[in-house]
Unconditional design. Structure first.
Length: 163
């Protein structure tokens, strides 16, 4: 079962920095995500979701496989085009994760100009993740246990304190 974690930040740039840090943790196999979204509440009050494109990931993988198959049949460009198209279609169809309506509702609770990182976490090395928290933020919603949520709140508060 996955855990939902939503953390608010003062602006979109800070939320993007945190999302990038989470991406690096994902590459290092410290965290396994089902979904990661940045929710932005613009100054005019409108809520915008920034979701990484799974279609692009699918297209790149499809192009690679299509190119290899195309090389076998001596038509690599055609194979890459077919592979990219099928990979993009598969990536676009796999929009699993946190419900968009829920995220937009959560976004309305942010301060204008603010943003939040919402992650659906399959598995994480909590000790390593909490030790790597560098940017302070405010927990706005989680499905973590009380102890894990408090540890996250403490790590976020400690990140903002002078060393």
């Amino acid at each position: 079962m996955s855990d939902l974690v939503a953390i608010a930040y003062p602006d979109l740039a800070t939320a993007r920095e945190v999302a990038s840090n989470v991406g690096q943790a994902r590459k290092a196999h410290i965290i396994d995500l089902e979904d990661l979204v940045i929710v932005e509440r613009r100054d005019d009050g409108k809520v915008k979701l920034h979701q990484p494109s799974m279609a692009g990931v699918g297209a790149a993988g499809g192009a690679l496989w299509g190119g290899l198959i195309g090389l076998i049949f001596l038509v690599p460009l055609f194979g890459m085009a077919i592979g990219a198209a099928s990979g993009a279609a598969a990536g676009a169809m796999s929009d699993a994760g946190v419900d968009d309506k829920f995220m937009k509702d959560l976004g309305t609770k942010l301060q204008p100009g603010g943003a939040a990182v919402i992650a659906l976490v399959r598995q994480a090395n909590m000790d390593k993740m909490l030790a790597d928290v560098k940017v302070p933020g405010e927990v706005i919603q989680t499905s973590l246990s009380d102890d894990s949520e408090q540890a996250l709140r403490d790590a976020l508060a400690k990140a903002g304190a002078p060393a």
